[in-house]
Ligand binder design. Structure first.
Ligand SMILES: *[C@@H]1O[C@H](CO)[C@@H](O)[C@H](O)[C@H]1NC(C)=O
Ligand SMILES: *[C@@H]1O[C@H](CO)[C@@H](O)[C@H](O)[C@H]1NC(C)=O
Ligand SMILES: *[C@@H]1O[C@H](CO)[C@@H](O)[C@H](O)[C@H]1NC(C)=O
Ligand SMILES: *[C@@H]1O[C@H](CO)[C@@H](O)[C@H](O)[C@H]1NC(C)=O
Length: 458
């Protein structure tokens, strides 16, 4: 999908990485943060801007409560909702592991999922290969009887989904939790103060390497790192292998959750905390993950419509993220039977419909010199190839629409993305800055967001 990089660009990248303490282009990455952090992020990631996050696992079977993917942990910690739910609905002695055979995935059709993701306008998909519960959605050779081939679906969910999304030229991201709440090896390592590394040697690292070799992901979304330092996880050793010798060394992108104290500091792009919402332009590439169900990443059967993000709120959030140089990773949790709730599908298709008209302002865009202003309406700016895009929410209540920041020139042309070939009438507000635009009549739109294309402005 991305354009071939010209040799001069490669040379420039090499010189830059050398000058900033990196390895240049001939050298290999070393297993320390200084070397690994200097790796340039593969370009496809910044250009993609939008991904779909998918949380699916045994937790989707109870499918209950706030942050349902943590069900097992809440229950073990005696959170009232989960304890009551289990008392009311399951016989005494029912264990979490007993949910796994009920993970049937009987309606799971990876092509249907991938069609929906493609229609959302996303360019990558990040799928939970294994959440903190430890159940692997692929036939891991070191997760005996706790994987989707041996129990439940009896299918390689990661493999099937990978093939379907790649068929549609979407990039494959793999979510992987380093720790597992109740894995005996992890618990004994923890009891040793993380002096022993049995869990890392026999579970975490073998699985990461297996995922990379089996599915060749374009992105690894690491999580579950916070209990132990990166030196316990051997994160730098893994990343050095990933960047130097793995089958995805040139394309793979990673995030920043590689050990206690790592996030927002080390790795590829930064996720920082969940739903990271910086107030101003960050200096490092970042991603905001956000769930359509505001109260959970995993599916909740007791979800209410009022708790689901509206299409305008999704688009507003996405635009804000992109204007500040981030990527937007929008999450949905499928049901245990493999269906995507129609309300999620509707939101994703709505996002895609908006992007079909306005995507030029989003994909491969860069932050502009000013990211936002309040004029007649709140505006977020993006920029690409000397074109500036002004995105606003809610149709302006009065004419003309005023923009304060752009400086016009003799060649300035203004169009609304909905009507690409109809130049709008405009006039400078003052001789040096700002412009007033006469807006055309517009019908209501479900997204409640529009984009002006400003050519020939600075
Ligand atoms: C949860 O409650 C059970 C039964 O009362 C008790 O045995 C257990 O220690 C509690 N667990 C936690 C983490 O508080
Ligand atoms: C972690 O890396 C260190 C240093 O290279 C090595 O000695 C150790 O064996 C590795 N541990 C695992 C579990 O791979
Ligand atoms: C624009 O207005 C909103 C809402 O009042 C406010 O939160 C935001 O900070 C303002 N933005 C700027 C750039 O002044
Ligand atoms: C924008 O510029 C890039 C390179 O700088 C070029 O490849 C691309 O075709 C341009 N896009 C448009 C729409 O002009």
């Amino acid at each position: 999908m991305s354009l071939p990089i010209r040799p001069t660009c490669i040379l420039l990248i090499c010189v830059i990485t050398l000058l900033t303490g990196g390895p240049g282009c001939s050298a290999r990455y070393e297993d320390n943060w200084k070397s690994l952090d200097a790796r340039p992020l593969p370009e496809w990631y910044d250009e993609a801007k939008i991904g779909i996050f998918v949380h699916w696992g045994v937790f989707s079977v109870p499918g209950f409560g706030r942050f349902s993917e943590w069900f097992w942990c809440w229950w073990r910690q005696n959170r009232t909702e989960e304890v009551e739910f289990m008392k009311k609905n399951y016989p005494p002695g029912f264990k979490y592991a007993d949910f796994a055979p009920q993970f049937h995935a009987e309606f799971f059709n990876p092509d249907n999922w991938a069609d929906i993701f493609k229609a959302s306008g996303a360019r990558y998909v990040v799928f939970t290969s294994k959440h903190h519960e430890g159940f692997t959605n692929w036939p891991s050779p070191v997760s005996w009887n706790w994987n989707s081939m041996d129990v439940g679906p009896h299918r390689d969910l990661v493999g099937e989904l990978s093939a379907a999304i790649r068929k549609r030229s979407l990039r494959l991201g793999i979510y992987h939790s380093l720790f597992e709440w109740f894995h005996p090896l992890f618990l004994s390592d923890e009891a040793s103060g993380f002096k022993t590394q049995e869990f890392v040697a026999r579970k975490a690292l073998p699985e990461l390497v297996d995922l990379v070799k089996s599915y060749k992901p374009d992105l690894i979304w690491s999580d579950g790192d916070w209990k132990a330092p990166d030196t316990y996880w051997n994160s730098t050793q893994f990343l050095a292998w990933l960047y130097n010798d793995s089958p995805v060394k040139d394309v793979v992108v990673t995030n920043d959750r590689w050990g206690k104290g790592c996030y927002c500091k080390h790795g590829g792009y930064y996720n920082c905390a969940d739903r990271y919402t910086p107030g101003k332009l960050p200096t490092h590439k970042w991603e905001k993950c956000q769930a359509v169900d505001s109260l959970s990443w995993g599916y909740r059967r007791n979800m209410k419509l009022s708790q689901v993000m509206t299409l305008p709120s999704i688009i507003k959030d996405m635009v804000y993220v992109v204007a500040l140089g981030g990527n937007y990773l929008l999450n949905i949790g499928p049901m245990s039977d493999g269906m995507i709730a129609p309300v999620f599908e509707e939101r994703l298709r709505g996002l895609g419909a908006w992007l079909k008209i306005n995507g030029e302002a989003i994909y491969a865009s860069k932050p502009w010199r000013v990211q936002t202003e309040n004029s007649t309406v709140t505006v977020w700016y993006t920029a690409k190839n000397n074109t500036v895009y002004a995105i606003f929410f809610g149709w302006p209540p009065k004419q003309p629409l005023q923009l304060t920041t752009p400086r016009t020139s003799g060649t300035t042309q203004v169009t609304l993305m909905d009507y690409p070939n109809v130049p709008l009438k405009w006039a400078p507000t003052t001789p040096t800055s700002g412009l007033m635009i006469l807006m055309p009549p517009m019908p209501e739109s479900p997204a409640n967001a529009w984009c002006l294309k400003l050519e020939g402005v600075v």
